[in-house]
Design a protein around this ligand. Structure first.
Ligand SMILES: [Fe+2]
Ligand SMILES: [Fe+2]
Length: 200
């Protein structure tokens, strides 16, 4: 199906709702709400932004082994980091499910879903909006969220950088590895990471 013929349909909403818990679906609806308002504010294509927001976490609750098995079975690209943390595959699996289930493939939507957890250097407008919306949706209540919501309305680029900084702080606290894509995004934005510091 040509993407321009499509927008989110009740069937798509019902499909996503059938794949996730009530808790997750509420988060997804919140992300859609934030993404729609950012799309309007920053002149992004509303239909693509909404579709990416609706599908981004459709596979978020799959067991890790299922994510990895699905990615292998479908011949998807799997990075060493994905092997180590298969949860990172949930965005890429969502891209595949959207294509398989509804015959839809659009590069901006696919990129946004694929990198929504990690970010990616040079990511497009739809991807930036999803990356930020995922962090500021109405269900989020972390300490910085009010400031981030205001910032996203004022300066989307800066909001991406701030969401990234929050993620890096979280990764550092958990003493987890920084995803190579996240690291590249940090480099793009001139942010020093603990990995850089460790190197000294
Ligand atoms: Fe996610
Ligand atoms: Fe999410």
């Amino acid at each position: 199906m040509v993407f321009s013929q499509c927008c989110v349909t009740p069937e798509m909403e019902a499909y996503v709702a059938s794949q996730v818990s009530e808790f997750r679906f509420k988060h997804i609806q919140g992300v859609r709400q934030s993404a729609q308002s950012l799309a309007k504010r920053w002149q992004a294509p509303a239909d693509k932004t909404d579709l990416a927001a609706l599908f981004h976490d459709v596979a978020r609750e799959w067991p890790l082994a299922r994510l990895l098995a699905y990615a292998r079975e479908k011949g998807m690209s799997i990075r060493p980091q994905d092997e180590k943390y298969p949860i990172l595959l949930h965005g890429a699996v969502a891209v595949h499910l959207l294509e398989q289930t509804f015959g839809l493939r659009d590069e901006e939507v696919a990129e946004a879903m694929r990198v929504h957890t990690t970010g990616f250097p040079g990511m497009g407008l739809v991807a930036k909006i999803l990356f930020v919306a995922d962090a500021i949706e109405p269900g989020r209540s972390h300490i910085e969220v009010t400031r981030l919501r205001m910032l996203a309305d004022k300066d989307l680029e800066q909001a991406v950088t701030e969401v990234l900084k929050e993620q890096l702080a979280y990764i550092r606290k958990r003493e987890a590895d920084i995803d190579p894509w996240t690291l590249e995004l940090a480099t793009e934005r001139g942010i020093q990471t603990h990995r850089d510091k460790d190197r000294c």
